[in-house]
Design a protein around this ligand. Structure first.
Ligand code: ATP
Length: 195
């Protein structure tokens, strides 16, 4: 049975913390494919700091180019409206009926997972692999994973970065070369994003 990792997020922009998670997931969970799935931004959401769907998709593609088995999917961008994970998984299940899905997420997302839309249905479609974002988060994360069931914590050295930090640094005119891969930094400057 083929194994797919599915990694959703806003990716506004994709950064080295995301890539660290992707590399660790590929190394430790032996997926046949890992889908990076940028979420659609609903038209009614305040968009001051938000790059367009096309820009977020392009930056995700630039950042993961050359990573074997990693695909960037526009499945949520094409669906429009709110990107509910359960609907994405149902669509993917219809496309790949024989595959096993693992949903990848950081600690903050696992923390709120049992408030997500139809979260119990998500667990029928996929298992979960969660990653600490900050030092010392793991025991809390393990407890949450045990409560949810079908969730496991993958042990990696955390890389505490966020898209918020990247956007703030760009706005302040500070260097972001240690936060995002070079082609993503170049794209941000070229397009004048997050000013
Ligand atoms: P923002 O700062 O704009 O809220 P973010 O950095 O949290 O963005 P998202 O695109 O919202 O990035 O995150 C997508 C997924 O990646 C989520 O599951 C999130 O928990 C996870 N994630 C983000 N940054 C890291 C990191 N540094 N380490 C591990 N997981 C991360």
């Amino acid at each position: 049975m083929e194994r797919f990792g599915i990694y959703g997020g806003t990716f506004n922009p994709i950064h080295n913390g995301h890539l660290h998670l992707i590399r660790a997931a590929c190394a430790q969970l032996s997926f046949d494919r890992l889908l990076v799935v940028p979420a659609n931004i609903p038209p009614h959401k305040a968009a001051v700091d938000l790059a367009s769907n096309r820009d977020r998709l392009e930056m995700a593609r630039l950042a993961t180019a050359g990573m074997p088995g990693v695909w960037v999917s526009d499945i949520e961008l094409r669906a429009r409206g709110k990107s509910y994970t359960v609907l994405t998984l149902e669509r993917l299940r219809a496309l790949f009926p024989e595959c096993r899905f693992t949903l990848l997420m950081g600690a903050d997302m696992l923390e709120s997972f049992d408030r997500w839309h139809r979260w119990r249905d998500i667990l029928k479609l996929a298992d979960i692999a969660a990653f600490a974002r900050n030092e010392g988060e793991e025991s809390l994360l393990e407890r949450k994973a045990a409560l949810i069931g079908r969730a496991r914590v993958v042990r990696v050295e955390p890389l505490p970065l966020s898209s918020t930090l990247v956007r703030e640094k760009v706005r302040r005119g500070e260097d972001i070369s240690d936060l995002v891969p070079e082609p993503v930094a170049a794209y941000i400057y070229e397009k004048g994003l997050y000013r």
